[in-house]
Design a protein around this ligand. Structure first.
Ligand code: CUK
Ligand code: CUA
Length: 641
């Protein structure tokens, strides 16, 4: 029985490791809590405890209760998982190229990947014979809000590597907008306006660059600056920017639509590690959204690259920002779901600094000092990175160096700060290993429900079968529904999911079929109209000089055209409409030897353009197994010399 449970919901190694950890804890004379903790992890495997821990096993045919939106890190994509099973449900290509769907090859995706780039990037890429970047580094996936709750419209995510953000439509789970942020360098922190709705997408430029960055300023760091950016999430246009002091790291917003804050490292404004960490304190910068909006409306912003920019640097003593001092190099920045507090995670300091949002009105009005906004500073362990919440007054901080999730009570931390003799720490749970982000179910919204927590560990070391020098990450699932946290699952993940957001399935309503009038195919509809063809019934070739448009439709198991002819050197665009209106009936179009491949979802249209530079017969086929005669779903392109 217990054997079954062991193999069913977790790994045998977990059992061994937990016991070893407990023993080591005893050896080095750690407190009783450690012993309880180690035992607690092991207990999670006992049949009784596993039952109490809630059912993590989602049987075949059963659906998960939560969607998890995972960043794909350096892979540049977003992954959708089901929780608690931790099954990977979908990968959404975003900044990367994708062989299965043709993302980065189809005309529709190339437009999305290229239209939001700055003129400088477009010119740079053109010199390299490219239209877009092929690579992305995603960190922070965040679903849109209405009144502090997830509304299921969009998911936004950053690309640190090429200073971009993307918007994914959650009805179809496809990327629909990508925007490069001008005046910025490496977008890292990204969070969304919660009230009244999203609204703004707040983006942190992590690196400081000269302004203007035109090659005239090199060695004068005083002329370097960082900008904080507000993008309108509906139009995906930059609304305004604020110049700040220090390097922006992570950010978060309140639940009232008034303030947004960001942790900063390098308040020293140095350019190497020693200079960057010289001072014992850094700061978090708080932005007054109304004040900035009014200044921008009143024309007080300086126009840089077409964007109104206001000066919120420390020395400017502006009405836009306040700098609250915190210990050196803070990292995570997390608003509690009750709308009251913001947690600034110490990283180099073993503490989490708690700021009360309600104090900010007085701070901006000059009635209280920066330090008076701090209401708690609990010591949680070595290397606090990120904090999440259960909606019952507890916070859970990931502690990188100690490899633990530390549960602490917010009210008790505040009492302790006031001098009362209380210990806010409730439990320390070992995770494996070196945890980065942690996030709990619904915890980034006011509907935090305290059921599941994921610990996204940077190292998996010995937790899985060895796959060579590059190891997977280890995303661990922890049950937080009871008084004690229980580790219930290890999940290997490729290329660094920095962060994940867990959303109840009732909040997300994806469709089964595309709508023929979807904006995704607007360009194709317009082109078809010009060509006087009907997308869903066309089997036509339109020639315009050496430009050839091949219109066809697909209905399982065939393409409406099983052969077409073009001339050597033609620029060929193949436009296919999938007329099947059956759920899950996706077709594809792959042209052998041409670097051409695309997905065509049910009721979708898709197009791809290539040059017919190889004479002869070339087969195209459907690469999605759609029918008993799927193998036969093919045709020939004849390239005539
Ligand atoms: S960051 Cu990666 S662990 Cu980019 Cu949110 Cu903290
Ligand atoms: Cu259509 Cu396979």
């Amino acid at each position: 029985m217990s054997e079954e449970k062991n193999t069913g919901c977790t790994r045998r190694d977990l059992f061994d490791t937990s016991l070893k950890v407990a023993a080591v804890g005893g050896l080095v004379g750690l407190t009783g809590r450690w012993a309880v903790m180690g035992g607690g992890s092991a207990l999670a495997l006992a049949p009784g405890a596993a039952a109490a821990a809630g059912n993590v096993e989602v049987a075949p045919g059963q659906l998960d209760e939560y969607y998890g939106f995972w960043s794909g890190g350096q892979s540049g994509e977003v992954r959708v998982l089901g929780l608690p099973s931790m099954r990977e449900l979908m990968r959404i290509p975003v900044f990367n190229r994708d062989s299965a769907t043709g993302w980065g090859s189809t005309n529709e995706s190339l437009k999305i990947l290229s239209e939001g780039l700055t003129p400088e990037s477009k010119a740079f890429l053109k010199k390299q014979n490219r239209v877009t970047f092929d690579h992305g580094d995603t960190h922070h996936p965040r679903p849109s809000y209405t009144n502090g709750s997830y509304d299921g419209r969009y998911l936004f995510i950053n690309d640190k590597s090429n200073t971009r953000i993307a918007r994914i439509r959650l009805d179809v789970m496809k990327t629909d907008k990508i925007l490069e942020i001008p005046n910025a360098h490496a977008i890292h922190g990204l969070r969304l306006q919660r009230y009244p709705k999203t609204g703004y997408v707040f983006c942190n430029s992590e690196m400081r660059i000269p302004m203007p960055n035109d090659g005239t300023i090199l060695d004068d760091p005083k002329k370097y600056t960082c900008v904080f950016t507000a993008v309108d999430g509906d139009t995906m246009k930059v609304a305004w920017q604020v110049m700040v002091s220090g390097n922006l790291d992570n950010n978060d917003t309140d639940y009232a639509g008034k303030y947004v804050a960001s942790t900063c490292y390098n308040s020293e404004e140095g350019t190497d590690t020693a200079a960057m960490t010289a001072s014992p304190t850094d700061h978090a910068v708080f932005f007054d959204i109304k004040a900035i909006e009014e200044a921008v409306k009143g024309g007080k912003g300086q126009m840089i690259a077409g964007i109104p920019v206001v000066d919120g640097r420390k020395e400017a003593k502006s009405p836009f920002t306040r700098y609250i001092p915190v210990a050196n190099s803070p990292h995570g920045c997390n608003a509690s779901p009750d709308g009251k507090y913001l947690m600034l995670n110490g990283k180099l300091s073993p503490t989490v600094t708690v700021v009360e949002w309600a104090k900010l009105d007085d701070l901006f009005a000059g009635k209280i000092t920066e330090r008076e906004c701090i209401v708690a500073d609990p010591e949680v362990g070595l290397g606090p990175l990120h904090t999440t919440f259960d909606g019952r007054g507890n916070a859970y901080t990931s502690v990188f160096l100690d490899s633990q999730i530390v549960k602490w009570n917010i009210a008790d931390a505040i009492k302790q700060f006031k001098g009362e003799k209380v210990n806010p720490i409730r439990q320390k749970l070992d995770v494996h290993y070196q945890v980065g982000h942690t996030n709990a179910s619904q915890a980034e919204s006011k509907d935090a429900d305290g059921k599941w927590l994921v610990a996204l560990c940077k190292f998996s070391k010995d937790r899985f079968l060895n796959v060579g020098p590059l190891k997977p990450e280890n995303d661990q699932l922890i049950d937080i529904s009871g008084d004690e946290m229980k580790l219930v699952h290890d999940g290997p993940a490729f290329a660094e999911p920095h962060d994940a957001t867990i959303v109840h399935r009732s909040k997300i309503k994806p469709v089964d079929l595309w709508d023929r009038n979807d904006p995704y195919f607007a360009d194709l509809r317009a082109q078809a109209k010009k060509d006087k063809v009907e997308l869903a019934t066309a089997s036509t070739i339109i020639r315009e000089g050496s430009k050839v448009r091949v219109y066809m439709y697909s209905a399982a198991p065939s393409f409406s055209m099983t052969e077409f002819k073009v001339k050597l050197g033609d620029e060929v665009t193949v436009i296919i409409t999938n007329t099947d209106d059956v759920s899950d009936l996706t077709h594809g179009f792959t042209l052998v030897g041409h670097n051409v491949c695309m997905e065509i979802g049910p009721q979708a249209s898709a197009s791809i353009t290539f040059r017919a530079d190889r004479p002869g017969v070339h087969y195209y086929y459907c690469q999605w197994f759609c029918h008993a005669l799927h193998m036969e779903m093919q045709g020939r392109m004849l390239v005539e010399v």
